[in-house]
Design a protein around this ligand. Structure first.
Ligand SMILES: Cc1cc2nc3c(=O)[nH]c(=O)nc-3n(C[C@H](O)[C@H](O)[C@H](O)COP(=O)(O)OP(=O)(O)OC[C@H]3O[C@@H](n4cnc5c(N)ncnc54)[C@H](O)[C@@H]3O)c2cc1C
Length: 484
């Protein structure tokens, strides 16, 4: 860490008045700009701080004023009373960096343009809307249909309202159709059948089994392809869901095109005006009054598409080399050299998960540390634990697979119970906030404290941070001075 500390430039809303002001001009530091303060970007921040020479500082730009642990969202979409305060944290100077740090959080603010050694900001920072940098890392993630992830610049209150609406709509539905049997659709089916055992649930999925058990080809620099999932995992989830009464329709798709024709249901997800006949591509019909459609996850790569479309794969991911450097599409590309990409936005091999974002953030910190010291970095080797996967079916089921050398895939269902405790929010989310103000969940995340016979009650964990769990702004008040 640098011995230089304090503020420089005009004060920002995200920088505390209590931070020691300094007259040192900001130009004394070279900037490492990180775009996106979710799991990949924030992990990189933490791992990079001890590796940075004193002449460099991190500038972390985030467009939403909060970030969240996405694993919990499947429960928040379904279970009444499962509140965002359990898996959301504010992105501020104080929650991310220790007091007196030279590094800066710039939030809420968006990067709107990528130039060679320069990004353009939506709003001014230190009196300018242009930020010069030595290195820029894209950790801009992906967008899912709202409210699975909030739309850009949505407030916490708006997102919470949309999640509560989803809980109410699902509670009121008789028959739920889930479009796609990927992990999000499967986990939502698990939550619904846990909470409402008598509700009709149908999953329509294109593959021969749930998830992606059939081989869809290898990842290349031109196309991102998710790896094939274990048949054992797929079979275990299928048998648990069918024993709960879920109807699985495989090797078929919901006919979203014909849904847009006059007189049809319209193709929009959410509640329908009563039970509707929903056609599948095969000609079969499913009757439903609520449609959940988690498909259509898209990498947030429009900045790259604008600066250099040739740097994208055919399916819209930022193409990177084994050092996470963006592969420019042309020699004149402004992205050649100093741009890197990690997490959901990049075409790094493997599933797009939070644990992959953590591994990539940590690995890129080592690479950048080596580059800054003038040493030759090692290419990224994907850790073997990223081949494991766990899918929860509410609090009462699910399956996990661990991939062992020689032996191959084995079921490790004790991991399911471990994940259900808090969806790993303690270790994979709250622990990464290392700022002057510590963030901690104030309510236990386990659903066992919620929703008894459909009636909801929340218990406080006994922490000193007493908050009203029903207040969407509660998380803002849940920060307490660090105690360590
Ligand atoms: C419902 C759901 C459940 C999941 N469950 C699991 C699970 O159980 N286990 C698991 O490992 N993974 C899970 N995942 C996947 C995991 O959440 C993602 O892989 C992970 O969030 C990707 O992290 P990221 O940092 O790359 O991107 P994101 O989390 O998408 O974050 C990107 C950030 O960049 C910001 N941003 C984007 N553009 C700009 C811009 N121009 N300027 C400023 N900021 C910008 C965004 O606001 C956002 O905060 C789940 C995902 C979902 C949606």
């Amino acid at each position: 860490m640098s011995s230089i500390s304090g503020l420089s430039g005009p004060s920002q809303s995200s920088i505390s008045q209590s931070t020691t002001p300094s007259t040192t001009p900001s130009t004394q530091w070279k900037n490492i700009v990180i775009i996106g303060a979710s799991v990949a970007g924030h992990t990189l921040v933490n791992a990079l701080i001890p590796r940075l020479p004193a002449s460099y500082r991190i500038v972390l730009v985030e467009r939403n004023d909060f970030t969240f642990h996405a694993s919990c969202v499947v429960r928040a979409l379904v279970v009444p009373g499962f509140n965002v305060t359990q898996f959301v944290a504010p992105v501020t100077q104080e929650t991310v960096f220790p007091a007196g740090s030279r590094h800066r959080v710039v939030c809420p603010n968006s990067v709107v343009k990528l130039r060679r050694n320069q990004v353009w900001l939506e709003k001014e920072f230190e009196g300018q809307d242009v930020l010069d940098f030595e290195m820029c890392i894209l950790a801009t993630g992906a967008q899912s249909p709202a409210p699975i992830r909030p739309m850009p610049c949505t407030s916490l209150e708006e997102w919470q309202e949309a999640l509560v609406q989803s809980q109410q709509d699902i509670a009121a539905a008789q028959s739920v159709l889930i479009v796609g049997g990927g992990s999000c659709g499967i986990e939502v089916a698990g939550e619904i059948t846990d909470m409402y055992p008598h509700k009709k649930v149908t999953i329509v999925h294109w593959d021969v089994g749930l998830l992606h058990p059939s081989d869809s080809g290898g990842n290349t620099r031109h196309t991102y392809v998710p790896p094939k999932t274990s048949q054992k995992l797929s079979n275990a989830l299928e048998s648990q869901l069918t024993s709960r009464g879920v109807r699985l329709i495989l090797k078929d798709r919901v006919d979203l095109e014909s849904a847009k024709k006059p007189g049809q249901w319209g193709g929009q997800p959410g509640p329908l005006p009563g039970l509707c006949q929903i056609p599948l591509v095969s000609g079969r019909i499913v009757e439903a009054d609520y449609v959940f459609n988690p498909t259509g996850n898209r990498p947030n790569a429009s900045l790259v598409a604008f600066a250099d479309p040739g740097a994208l794969t055919t399916n819209g991911y930022v193409s990177v080399d084994p050092y996470f450097r963006v592969r420019p599409g042309t020699q004149e590309s402004p992205l050649g050299g100093q741009y890197y990409a990690i997490g959901d936005v990049s075409n790094t091999p493997g599933w797009k998960t939070a644990i992959a974002g953590i591994a990539e953030g940590e690995a890129l910190a080592v690479i950048l540390g080596d580059v800054l010291r003038g040493q030759r970095p090692q290419p990224y080797q994907r850790p073997s634990h990223l081949r494991n996967s766990t899918v929860l079916l509410g609090s009462k089921g699910g399956a996990a697979i661990m991939r062992l050398p020689i032996i191959g895939n084995i079921r490790t269902d004790w991991v399911v119970k471990k994940k259900d405790r808090d969806f790993h929010a303690g270790t994979n989310f709250f622990a990464r906030f290392r700022g002057a103000h510590r963030i901690a969940p104030t309510i236990p995340v386990s659903v066992s404290t919620l929703s008894l016979n459909g009636r909801t009650h929340l218990q406080n964990s006994g922490s000193n941070n007493q908050v009203n769990a029903h207040s969407p702004t509660a998380v803002r008040h849940a920060v307490a001075p660090r105690v360590n």
